[in-house]
Design a protein around this ligand. Structure first.
Ligand SMILES: NC(=O)c1ccc[n+]([C@@H]2O[C@H](COP(=O)([O-])OP(=O)(O)OC[C@H]3O[C@@H](n4cnc5c(N)ncnc54)[C@H](O)[C@@H]3O)[C@@H](O)[C@H]2O)c1
Length: 320
């Protein structure tokens, strides 16, 4: 089976392409390199193009049996300041992608959704049944695509899996690919950069949350555990089972302070930091209830926070 990996020159997509290849799939990467990197696609066929370009997309879609869709803008804060940019790329262009798949007869679709679709959760750990009430345009854009996929499944038989990631982190164990966001906003690379003396002091946003140590709690999932879940989700989509909407997290939350302590232990260096006020819209804790993904996919996240930090550290040092 040949999979069109859209956004495959990005962080999570580049790990998924390698997981697909390990499992015997052929891969074509389609990416406009807006936030992705050519070298992350090394060894794979890369078509440089935008998902908003239906003609270019249709040419390559004709050669594919399934789509994995990672291409999106993904900064929550920026989506609040510039929603137009987010709706244009994550909704309008995503619809072009979906319609091109439909028009060329591709009916298998795996979508990068996000825990941002839940907004402020009713309960933590968060089950898939939690109401989807996003509180920012980024989350709203992900929910739109989830809804479109549900409608296209009912109307046109588009089989899909919406995978709601929690916090993707870590890097491939080879050290060859890893996280590379510009600007970087994620805690682990920022803490590592601060420890390495390469970045600014780490800002800890809020120490008065109702959590054990007062800092925000998040669910960090190793990018290769995510990548493996994508391969398994594609298998399910191929079996033409019910459409899937699954949380991908570990079910274990770590506070900002716990992450900092882990970074200090693994690097052997202090993380210079300062305390900043809470950021608007940051819920105290976001942790996945991922039992459903484990049951349906027969998947288990295998890598610990230590492995997340040590692979990310190896990746950062290799690039230094
Ligand atoms: N990183 C996380 O923790 C996280 C959490 C939840 C969901 N997600 C979602 O996972 C997906 C991948 O995230 P990432 O962290 O790997 O981001 P990334 O920026 O590294 O990857 C996105 C890739 O898509 C490409 N792209 C963007 N718009 C495009 C377009 N119009 N046409 C063609 N290519 C385009 C970019 O060039 C890039 O290579 C995104 O959809 C994101 O919303 C990420």
């Amino acid at each position: 089976m040949r999979v069109l990996v859209v956004g495959g020159a990005g962080y999570i997509g580049s790990h998924a392409t390698r997981a697909l290849r390990r499992h015997g799939y052929e891969v074509i990467i389609y990416d406009n390199l807006s936030t992705g990197y050519k070298f992350l696609a090394d060894g794979f066929e890369l078509i440089t193009g935008d998902i908003a370009d239906p003609a270019k997309l249709a040419e390559v879609m004709k050669r594919a049996d399934a789509v994995m869709h990672f291409a999106a803008h993904a900064y929550v804060g920026e989506s609040v300041e510039n929603p137009r940019k987010y709706f244009q790329n994550n909704v309008e262009a995503a619809l072009t992608l979906l319609n091109t798949a439909l028009d060329t007869g591709v009916r298998k679709f795996v979508f990068s959704s996000s825990c941002a679709v839940y907004g402020v959760p009713l309960t933590v750990p968060i089950p898939e049944s939690n109401p989807r009430q996003p509180v920012n345009p980024y989350g709203a854009s992900k929910l739109f695509v989830e809804n479109a996929l549900e409608a296209y499944d009912r109307a046109y038989g588009m089989r899909f899996a919406s995978l709601r990631y929690f916090n993707a982190a870590g890097a491939d164990e080879s050290g060859e690919i890893g996280e590379l966001h510009e600007p970087e906003t994620h805690l682990i690379p920022l803490a590592l950069a601060a420890a390495a003396g390469k970045g600014a002091k780490l800002q800890v946003f809020g120490t008065d949350y109702p959590t054990p140590d007062g800092t925000c709690v998040r669910d960090y999932i190793h990018v290769n555990d995510l990548a493996e879940a994508h391969v398994l989700a594609l298998e399910q989509v191929t079996k033409e089972n019910e459409p899937l909407a699954l949380n991908l997290g570990t079910g274990q939350g770590y506070s900002v302070m716990e992450v900092i302590n882990t970074v200090e232990r693994i690097t052997g260096r202090a993380v210079p930091r300062s305390i900043a006020p809470r950021r608007a819209g940051d819920p105290p804790a976001l942790v996945a209830d991922s039992k459903r993904a484990q049951q349906v996919l027969g998947w288990r996240p295998r890598r610990s926070l230590q492995e997340i930090v040590s692979t990310a550290w190896k990746w950062m040092q290799r690039r230094a």
